[in-house]
Design a protein around this ligand. Sequence first.
Ligand code: CMC
Length: 362
Amino acid sequence: MKNGLEDVIAAETQLSDVDGEAGRLIIRGVSLDHLVSTATYESVAALLLEGLMERHFEPTELTRLLGEMRVRLFAHVASLGPELLALPPVDAMRALIARLPDGEDFEAALRLLAAPAVFLPAILRLQARKEPVAPAGSLSQAADILWMLTGQLPSAEQTAALNAYLVTISDHGLNASTFASRVIASTRAGLTSSVLAALSALKGPLHGGAPGPVLDMLDAIGNSENARDWLTRALDHGERLMGFGHRIYRVRDPRADALKRALRPLVSAGQVDHRRIALAEAVEEAALAILRQRKPGRALDVNVEFYTALLLDALGFPRESFTGVFAIGRTVGWIAHAREQSLEGRLIRPRSVYVGPLPQAA
Ligand code: CMC
């Protein structure tokens, strides 16, 4: 038995590869660094779904169809009543997605790619007692999300930063949420069911729920001089430092640096306080030094969530919505893996070792 299925190979995939020793992520044959500097969210979605749906489509066609789907799905926002709005944003979003029909075809995939992008900004505005903003439809997915969030056309830097984020997190091997998506797909339940299972796995703080707490940590530390003492106390209390450590990476998570780079234009445009970046760098340095000292046998480094927190905060997303934004970007990976599983895989049905009592002899 491998606790946590560590190092167990449970699928063959053409979608992405995480090399934990080299700190390298490849998505369908393209390195993350190359993708982030060249791709749009829509082109990565087309790349991931290539050959997995019943028909071929180009990124430009996907951009248009996704825009139209966002406009159509906006009608669902009207069903957000007080009970759903009292939930955390990611749970309210999950409830709305649960109402979408299940299916395995391109239409079902398009609906699921567009739905979180439309639902999350509307939920956030309603929770802030503002009117939801209808999608423009003609914008890219990244620009339209920012438009729906703020009601203002985003700057080129803001759109580029959110696009870089969505590309960076589009897929990442067989992480917990992607595995959940594949398990559901292996029963042929449908893509909506796969995405709901994956979203439920994502929201935990050990997976996609970490960036909000990263920001809480930076706020609590307050200034660079406090970093060492604050982090030491947190570890003395048995806490885990959010934004550090990874099951696969034994070196820096390459997504952390991609996001750190994506922040630069926002800093130059005065859209992020450079003191915040300086604080984050000081906390990162102090945390790495302390973790090296405390856990000499386990290489713990910075992960994707650390700079996610700074980037999404700079774009105006409230911290309680960060997991929902992660889901907007990762849904395409979940769908691609679900399709790959149902096209090529068998029912996933592992075994457990029974360690409970045996029946007493009569
Ligand atoms: N802070 C302090 N100690 C840590 C941390 C951390 N962030 N991460 C791992 N450790 C310790 C852990 O306590 C354990 O120590 P010991 O052997 O003495 O009990 C040792 O390092 C090995 O940890 P592990 O539990 O075997 O690691 P894992 O592979 O099960 O967990 C992790 C990976 C990401 C859940 C974990 O590193 C963690 O909890 N990090 C903080 C939460 C976080 O940043 N989550 C986002 C993950 S990246 C997004 C994604 O791709 O999903």
